[in-house]
Design a protein. Sequence first.
Length: 127
Amino acid sequence: MSSLFDQGMATRRAVLGEAHVDRAEAAKTEFDQPFQTLITEGAWGRVWSDGTISHRERSMLTLAILAATGNFAEIPMHIRATAQTGASKEDVMQALLHVAVYAGVPKANHAIQLAKKTYVEMEESAT
């Protein structure tokens, strides 16, 4: 594997957590291997590994972009990642308020509902 892949995997584990990445790696098949390599090198090795802005800021940006573009399936995963990135509930709400103003209230509302449900699940699993 390339050093970009290795850096991406390290960042992916730091942001999403060991257990999540281990499950994803165990589910990887020959078919989706090229896609997994692409996101590990591109998203995690280049974008998330760049030190220009913090993981907290990237977390907020990612959640806002996911909500604004209607890519709701990824929101719970990135809400769970806030435990590692340092983005607080207040940070997330501010990002989603921006979505409401600039991309639409229905998208923000749906993202907020997903975030609320995920935060409850996180709190329940912590106890």
